[in-house]
Write a protein that binds this ligand. Sequence first.
Ligand SMILES: *Cc1c(COP(=O)(O)O)cnc(C)c1O
Length: 371
Amino acid sequence: MTNTPIFVTRPSLPPLEEFLPYLEQIWDSGIVTNGGKMHQDLESALANHLRVPQVSLFGNGTIALMAALKVLGLTGEVITTPFSFVATTHALKWNGLEPVFADIDPVTLNLDPAKIEERITPRTSAILAVHCYGNPCDVDAIEAIAARHGLKVIYDAAHAFGVDCHCGSVLNHGDLSILSFHATKVFSTLEGGAIIAPNIKMKECIDRSKNFGIVSETEVESIGINGKMNEVQAAFGLLQLLRVDESIAARARVAARYDAALAGISGIDPVPSSGQLRANHAYYPVRVKPSFAMGRDGLYEALRKYGIFSRRYFFPLISSLPMYRDLPSASPSNLLTACAAAEEVLCLPIYPDLSEVDQDRIINAIGEASL
Ligand SMILES: *Cc1c(COP(=O)(O)O)cnc(C)c1O
């Protein structure tokens, strides 16, 4: 079975019989959504687990991000990274905000604080940064810039579940952080997401925004949206949470085997984990350098022939997509580091139950491609 496909990730599903009692509870209660018991339990379990003040659950990470931008009342321009999943920038446009791209740091591949400052204008209202691959942004520098210029800071922390930076959970930085619990992420509710808020007042405001802006039976205070997570998703999250530390440890073992094996292959440089006291190994990105003869796309195709489906995250750059490429800040000459990264990066398969046999198939295929 040497050609069984290996995908870049695979959702970890708990044994079905462990999920059934949760479903029975939901059926018995007759409450399937609108902030039932599972929802309340998951919000407090996550706040505990992540060591953050407040968690507001959402039906997915993109709606969470859109709601976060909305409740902060942003206007005009928002400085952001082109090196991310497309939802980051789409969420700005859906709120009528203008994305302004700034270049990234060549090592962390996160927004470069010096480049952020160059892009600030009188119309700038916020910085939307991404902890790419779970590597923390330079949060201190970003917060200093935001304070100097009176800007809000939102972190798209979709990759950063359980990541600690120098001072504890990275999710405690910025005005708000958002998480994604999509099936492909480290912690999943199949589809889902959350906003991490600093206090209960902000959480209440967010909670209303995801429930149509409703305050009471007769009052609607704002133009809210439907961003609610249902009870079945929340129950799935409660069950997943019991295993998430174990799955991060299993990911760490996979990453360590890649580190050891790839050290001997020239032209394949793992993107270093940097700035975290605790990593989550959500991704295993490498840079395929020009010295690797067949190049990044050659390696991507060669692996496909072996049934190994790596992914070129993040290629193409968001700033090169048709709806963004005419923005002044999207010019490749402003984004040289991001352009170079997009041409070199390849994410290798990593998930908690990637077997050593399958991982060896990937490593051997890369070794063969390097000859
Ligand atoms: C996954 C992801 C999102 C979107 O999350 P969904 O839950 O799929 O809506 C947003 N930003 C980044 C960086 C992501 O990786």
